[in-house]
Design a binder for this molecule. Structure first.
Ligand SMILES: NC(=O)c1ccc[n+]([C@@H]2O[C@H](COP(=O)([O-])OP(=O)(O)OC[C@H]3O[C@@H](n4cnc5c(N)ncnc54)[C@H](O)[C@@H]3O)[C@@H](O)[C@H]2O)c1
Length: 353
């Protein structure tokens, strides 16, 4: 398991959560997407806190149909207090034991994969969310939905950094619509269950989380770059290279996610990300060069056919709400996070595509 992530990062997440983490003591958490990038962190973290931190272990039940889990998600050894069930969340989930928290992280998150699986992408966020909301409602559990910063579409510059109240600029027919629009409907479902049934729902809108454990063939920008560095091939920067993103290291993101799971005000969405620095993809190449302390050859190329068009120009979170309501504060600098990620990828990635 540890080769899929850094054990020191799991310890860091647990320490930064402090006494709040005891709320999981003796509880049962139902997680979907348990074999994905974020899901593997939840599994490792819950196994660790049950063993080392909690007064009583917490049971984690993890579901995944492995559609995009890759080899990284396939060979996870059994972990104490973690039960894995292969299940497609588009189908209703029958569970008779107790559940205190439902974390719905199943999704098809990488643009390359949602272009390949548009209907599965839509259904996991709509039918999958409804099924898991019904499970939470039946058990009186808190419910957290992993939405996305993509629900904002391509925001007007007046709305960058983007607050949760921004309504978005999204196409319902573009090549990204299966992801963006279905996440929006997933959020609407959470709102309905909160209003109509009183279910304690929250939605999380993550902004580009990265770190050890990302699949080499995930095709999101950082694993893509790390794969090419490992293979000694030039990096391909798509489009103009001037589109901007922010990057949130996994330990910061996990602390934010778990603060939402534990403390989110019911019914509310939260941006979780690191607002600084907002950098272009060309600047990202320079930051990588600084961390590696050598030049990295790169080309600026047209978007490949496998990549959905209409990429947003800018993406940057306003995290004041999570700061004020949850005391969320990212602490890992881009240089530090890139160092940890690239060091891990250099050991684990093969460079094969
Ligand atoms: N990582 C990020 O930066 C980021 C950003 C925005 C949103 N999100 C959202 O957070 C969630 C987790 O992201 P991730 O990076 O771990 O993605 P991931 O693709 O690594 O993992 C998602 C997991 O969900 C599983 N899955 C997909 N459809 C399923 C279904 N119908 N039934 C059961 N399992 C299914 C996949 O097999 C995969 O293991 C996703 O919903 C994603 O949309 C992530």
């Amino acid at each position: 398991m540890t080769e899929f992530l850094l054990h020191s990062d799991i310890v860091e997440i647990a320490e930064r959560l402090g006494p709040a983490v005891q709320e999981f003591s003796g509880k049962t958490v139902l997680l979907t997407g348990g074999r994905g990038f974020l899901g593997r962190y939840f599994m490792a973290l819950f196994a660790y806190i049950s063993d080392k931190v909690l007064e009583k272990p917490c049971r984690l039940v993890a579901l995944d149909n492995l559609i995009t889990a890759g080899k990284e998600g396939a060979d996870i050894p059994d972990l104490p207090n973690v039960t894995f069930i292969r299940h497609n969340v588009i189908e209703p989930f029958k569970w008779t034991d107790e559940v205190h928290y439902v974390i719905h992280a199943a999704g098809i998150a990488s643009p390359f994969y949602y272009r390949a699986y548009p209907l599965e992408t839509l259904e996991v966020a709509v039918r999958g969310t409804r099924n898991m909301l019904e499970t939470a409602q039946r058990h009186g559990a808190r419910f957290t939905f992993f939405s996305s910063s993509e629900i904002y579409g391509d925001p007007d510059v007046k709305h960058v950094p983007t607050q949760e109240s921004y309504r978005g600029n999204v196409s319902c027919q573009g090549p990204r619509a299966c992801y963006d629009e279905s996440k929006r409907v997933g959020e609407t479902l959470c709102h309905i269950f909160h209003e109509k049934h009183g279910t304690a729902t929250n939605t999380i809108r993550p902004f580009n989380v990265y770190g050890p454990g990302m699949q080499e063939t995930d095709y999101r920008v950082l694993p893509n770059f790390a794969n090419r560095i490992k293979a000694g091939r030039p990096l391909n920067v798509y489009g103009s290279g001037n589109q901007t993103r922010t990057f949130c290291y996994i330990t910061d993101a996990m602390v934010g996610f778990l603060l939402v799971v534990l403390r989110g005000v019911p019914g509310e969405p939260y941006n979780i990300g690191n607002p600084t620095p907002e950098i272009s993809m060309l600047e990202l190449v320079h930051r990588i060069e600084k961390v590696l302390r050598h030049k990295v050859e790169h080309n600026v190329i047209e978007y490949p056919d496998s990549y959905p068009a209409d990429e947003p120009n800018r993406r940057c979170p306003d995290i004041r709400k999570a700061r004020l309501q949850l005391a969320f504060e990212p602490t890992v600098t881009l240089e530090d996070g890139l160092g940890r990620f690239l060091g891990w990828a250099d050991k684990v990635y093969t460079g094969a595509q």
